[in-house]
Design a protein around this ligand. Structure first.
Ligand code: NAP
Length: 294
């Protein structure tokens, strides 16, 4: 059976653990050469460590795949530039960027610190923008040089942002921002042969284990609907040439379920063709909300 990502070069950010690790392993299994990016910081977010990225690279190589490790912090401008450069220097090209790196600093708005807000917005939003920016500049250059570019950006949103989870205003704002960023990027980059899509995954990882309650773990060999490995097939298909016609989509993916997020849309409206008085608007707004909910 042929591999659907044969010879493609892919970066996966935050690939040392959890969902990103599974993306890297599956992409490599399907023939991609993978840059396994992971900061390898401690639970408190401090320091860097080659460990997690190196372990995944060794796993890929042991299975006969090709991978290199990278410990740049993708939430910084130089880090984002360096991870893109490392793919091109090591493998001679770049076809796919999977922006997956993420952190959580959950807190109600009244208790949230400036640092907790800034860290989450930086790692998720800037950590998605930076690698996309440097990869897009590279693909634009190739496209203008006359090459047939067939490239992919796959970003990571969350139902926390799409469906608004209390206690996660920083994370949810970043994740709904990533969904919108993906749709805008799809519109901007299509002309260079680049598709951009996002996933909102659900899986049991270090990030979600505190929220998972007391559900019993499945027995060995049993279907585990919370396994991070369940997210990787869709990402690997999106990374492949087969997905060339799919762009600007946000996919909800968890266990064996895949759904399309239909996102923001224009609901019921009213136009009086003249300026409203504020005192008139109570009844108008109530009527619109009722129409939207019916
Ligand atoms: P995870 O196991 O904590 O993995 C996140 C990875 O991102 C870690 O390996 C972490 O590295 C890395 N990372 C963090 N900041 C980084 C940076 N600045 N540069 C490079 N790497 C960085 O969590 P996960 O559940 O797999 O999450 C993966 C993605 O899915 C995240 O974007 C998350 O928000 C999203 N997501 C997950 C779920 C879920 O159900 N698990 C639901 C919705 C969305 P170190 O810790 O080693 O430094």
């Amino acid at each position: 059976m042929s591999c659907i990502c044969e010879g493609r070069v892919a970066i996966v950010t935050g690939a040392g653990r959890g969902i990103g690790r599974s993306h890297a392993l599956e992409l490599a299994r399907e023939g991609a050469h993978v840059v396994v990016n992971d900061l390898g910081s401690a639970v408190d977010g401090m320091g860097t460590d080659r460990g997690p990225a190196q372990v995944v690279v060794e796993e890929i190589r042991a299975a006969g795949g090709m991978a290199i490790e990278n410990i740049d912090d993708v939430s910084t401008w130089p880090g984002a530039q360096a991870v893109v450069a490392s793919a091109i220097e090591s493998f001679g090209r770049l076809d796919v960027v999977v922006n997956n790196a993420g952190i959580l600093r959950d807190r109600m708005i009244v208790n949230m610190t400036e640092e907790e807000w800034d860290d989450v917005i930086r790692v998720h939003l800037k950590g998605t923008f930076g690698p996309t920016h440097f990869a897009a500049a590279y693909w634009r250059e190739r496209s203008k040089a006359g090459e047939a570019v067939d490239a992919r950006v796959i970003n990571t949103s969350s139902t926390s942002g799409l469906f608004a989870n209390p206690g996660q205003s920083n994370y949810g704002a970043a994740k709904s921002g990533i969904a919108t960023f993906s749709i805008i990027a799809a519109k901007e980059l299509g002309r260079y042969g680049v598709t951009v899509n996002a996933i909102a995954p659900g899986a049991l990882t270090r990030m979600t284990e505190a929220l998972s309650g007391s559900r019993a773990a499945p027995q060995v060999g049993e279907w585990n609907e919370r396994a991070p490995e369940n997210i990787a097939p869709l990402v690997t298909w999106l990374a492949s040439p087969e997905s060339a016609a799919v762009t600007g989509q946000v996919f909800l993916v968890s266990g064996g379920r895949i759904a399309i997020s239909t996102g923001w849309g224009r609901g019921p409206g009213v136009d009086r063709g003249a300026r409203w008085e504020p005192t008139e608007l109570g009844a108008v707004v109530q009527k619109l909300i009722a129409e939207a909910q019916s």
